[in-house]
Design a protein around this ligand. Structure first.
Ligand code: XMP
Length: 506
C-alpha cells in the first residue's frame, strides 16, 4: 500500500492512477489524516501531492512533521516538495521567474529516482514558489535554468521531492521516475493487479450494502455495465438493473446487453419501450426537441418501473473519475448524480448513492470489466449517446430509416474491426441524412438516401479530429453498404474536425 496525501492539487487522482500503473496499490487520503491512522495502515511509501497554496500562506495545509520520522519513504511533489523542505528546516520563497509548462531539466543520474534514465529531459512545471535553501542532510538532484532545486533527496532518511509533476504525460519518463521511487526506494514488489482491485471493491460494496437493496440504470455502455458486473458480484440478487431499451440502439445491441446480464445472479429488467419512444418522436425533426423528448420519456419509463420495485436503499451509478472532474470539485457526488442520469435521484426513493468506479479512469474501467469477465464487445464499446440513433437519423425518425441506418452502421463497424482499426478510431458511426439524390443501379434510375460516415480520433471528446481511414477500407465499406442495404445510393465521409463541427450530427 502507498498512501497519497491529498493537498488539493489538480492531478491527485492522476498520481494514484500512475502508481496503479506501476502495479502498486494506493489510496488517496486527506492531508489532515491523523498520523496514528497513517501508521496503522503501514504503507510502504507516502506521496504528498501538489496543491494550490503557498507553503507560507496563513492557512496553508500542512502535516505533522513527525511523519518524516516514521521511517517510511516520502516523496513530495510540487507543493508537497516545498512543504517537506519547509517543515524540515529549509526555506521556500516566491520566485522571480515563475516556471509553467515544459521545462528543460538536468538530472543527477546517481539519485535512485533517475536510475536508468537520461541525464536531461523535459519536465512539466507549474509553480510560483521555489526552494531556495535545502534542509540539512538534503541535496539537490535536478535543476533547471530558473530552479536550482527541481528535485531533492535525503537518501539516509529516504525522503525525496520533485518540484515538477512526474505524473503528467508532458514529463518525459515521469512514470519511470515514480516507478523508481516505488521500486528502488520503497521496495515495492509490483504485484498488485486489477484483480486485487476488483476483490477489494467487492468487499467494500458488500460491507456498505449489507442486506440492503440496490437499483442501477443500465444503459449497456461500458461504465454502467462494469458497475453492474461489480455490484452483482458483491451482492448478487440484491441488485436490480433496469435497462430501458428505447429502440434506438444499434443493431443487436439490446440483445447483447440482455445476453450479458439477463441470465445471471442479478435481477435484470429489460423494458422494451420502442413503441412509446417512436410514438413520442413521430413527426419531430428538430434535434433539441428529439433530445428533450427522449430524456423525459426515459425518466418516465424508469420511474414507472422503479415504483413497482418500491423503496431501495442504494442507487448505483457508473460515474467514473473524468465525470467527477467535469462536474467540478466540492460536493461532487451531489452534482454528479444529476449530471449523469438527468435527475434520477429526485424521484427514485433511495437513501444513498454508490459509485464504485468513481476513482477510475476509462481504460482502468475497461480492464476491470475484463477482469470481471464481461465480454470484449461490451468492454470495448465505443461511446454511444444517450438519445441513441435518434440523433443520427437527420430529420424525422421512422422505423424504415432506423432499419437502414442500423444495417449500414453495422457494416461500417464490422469493416473497421476487420481492418484492425477499432481501437485506434475512438468513435465511428453512420448517419442517415435527410437528403436523397439520383443514382443509377443496373440499368435503372434510383432516387435514394445519402449516408454519411463519421470517424474521429480524440482523447477527451471535447475536441476531435476526423480519422484518416485508409481509402481501401472506405471503399470496402461503400461497396458493401450499397450492395447490402436497400435505399442508400450515395455515401460520403465527414472530414470536419471538432470544432467547428461536433462529433454527432445533431
Ligand atoms: P458532440 O456531438 O457534442 O459529442 O461532439 C461529444 C461526445 O458525447 C457524446 N454525446 C452524448 N452522450 N448523451 C450522452 O451520453 C448525449 O445526449 C450525448 N450527445 C453526444 C457523443 O457521442 C460524443 O462521444
Amino acid at each position: 500500500l502507498v498512501l497519497v496525501l491529498d493537498f488539493g492539487g489538480q492531478y491527485n487522482q492522476l498520481i494514484a492512477r500512475r502508481v496503479r500503473e506501476c502495479s502498486v496499490y494506493c489510496e488517496v487520503i486527506p492531508y489532515h489524516t491523523p498520523l496514528h491512522e497513517i501508521e496503522r495502515r503501514a504503507p510502504i511509501g507516502i506521496i504528498f501531492t501538489g496543491g494550490p497554496n503557498s507553503v507560507f500562506a496563513g492557512e496553508a495545509p500542512s502535516v505533522d512533521p513527525k511523519i518524516f520520522e516514521l521511517g517510511i519513504p516520502v516523496l513530495g511533489l510540487c507543493y508537497g516538495c516545498q512543504l517537506m523542505a519547509q517543515l524540515l528546516g529549509g526555506s521556500v520563497c516566491s520566485a522571480e521567474v515563475k516556471e509553467f509548462g515544459k521545462t528543460e531539466t538536468q538530472f543527477d543520474f546517481q539519485s535512485p529516482l533517475f536510475k536508468g534514465l537520461p541525464v536531461s529531459g523535459i519536465t512539466w512545471m507549474s509553480h510560483n514558489d521555489y526552494i531556495d535553501r535545502l534542509p540539512a542532510g538534503f541535496q539537490s538532484v535536478a535543476h533547471t535554468k530558473g530552479c536550482p532545486v527541481a528535485a531533492m533527496e535525503c537518501k539516509e532518511r529516504r525522503l525525496y521531492g520533485m518540484q515538477y509533476h512526474p505524473e503528467v504525460n508532458h514529463t518525459e519518463n515521469g512514470v519511470a521516475m515514480l516507478r523508481n521511487f516505488l521500486y528502488e526506494v520503497c521496495g515495492a514488489k509490483g504485484d498488485w493487479t486489477m484483480g486485487d482491485y476488483a476483490k477489494r471493491s467487492i468487499e467494500t460494496i458488500r460491507a456498505q450494502v449489507g442486506d440492503g437493496r440496490v437499483l442501477l440504470a443500465l444503459s449497456g455502455g461500458v461504465d454502467s455495465s462494469v458497475a453492474a458486473a461489480l455490484i452483482s458480484k458483491a451482492v448478487g440478487n440484491q441488485l436490480t438493473c433496469i435497462f430501458v431499451d428505447h429502440g434506438l440502439m444499434r443493431k443487436n445491441e439490446g440483445d447483447e446487453v440482455e445476453a450479458a446480464f439477463g441470465g445471471g445472479d442479478l435481477n435484470f429488467i429489460r423494458i422494451n419501450a420502442r413503441d412509446r419512444f417512436l410514438g413520442k418522436l413521430a413527426g419531430v425533426e428538430e434535434p433539441e426537441r428529439k433530445r428533450k423528448i427522449i430524456g423525459e420519456e426515459f425518466i418516465r419509463v424508469f420511474e414507472e418501473e422503479a415504483k413497482k420495485i418500491g423503496a431501495v436503499d442504494f442507487l448505483a451509478q457508473g460515474t467514473i473519475y473524468p465525470d467527477v472532474i467535469e462536474s467540478g470539485t466540492g460536493d461532487a457526488a451531489v452534482i454528479k448524480s444529476h449530471h449523469n442520469v438527468g435527475g434520477l435521484p429526485d424521484y427514485v426513493d433511495f437513501k444513498e448513492i454508490i459509485e464504485p468506479l468513481r476513482l477510475l479512469f476509462k481504460d482502468e474501467v475497461r480492464r476491470l470489466g475484463l477482469e470481471l469477465g464481461l465480454p470484449d464487445y461490451l468492454v470495448w464499446r465505443q461511446p454511444f449517446p444517450g438519445p441513441g440513433l435518434a440523433i443520427r437519423v437527420i430529420g424525422e425518425i421512422t422505423e424504415e430509416k432506423l432499419e437502414i441506418l442500423r444495417d449500414a452502421d453495422f457494416i461500417f463497424r464490422e469493416e473497421i474491426a476487420k481492418a484492425g482499426l477499432d481501437r485506434d478510431i475512438h468513435q465511428y458511426f453512420a448517419v442517415i441524412t435527410n437528403m436523397r439524390s439520383v443514382g443509377v443501379m443496373g440499368d435503372g434510375r434510383t432516387y435514394d438516401y445519402t449516408l454519411a460516415l463519421r470517424g474521429v480520433t480524440t482523447t477527451d471528446f471535447m475536441t476531435a479530429d476526423w480519422a484518416r481511414i485508409p481509402y481501401e477500407v472506405l471503399d470496402r465499406v461503400s461497396v458493401r453498404i450499397i450492395n447490402e442495404v436497400r435505399h442508400i445510393n450515395r455515401i460520403v465521409y465527414d472530414i470536419t474536425s471538432k470544432p467547428p463541427a461536433t462529433i454527432e450530427w445533431e
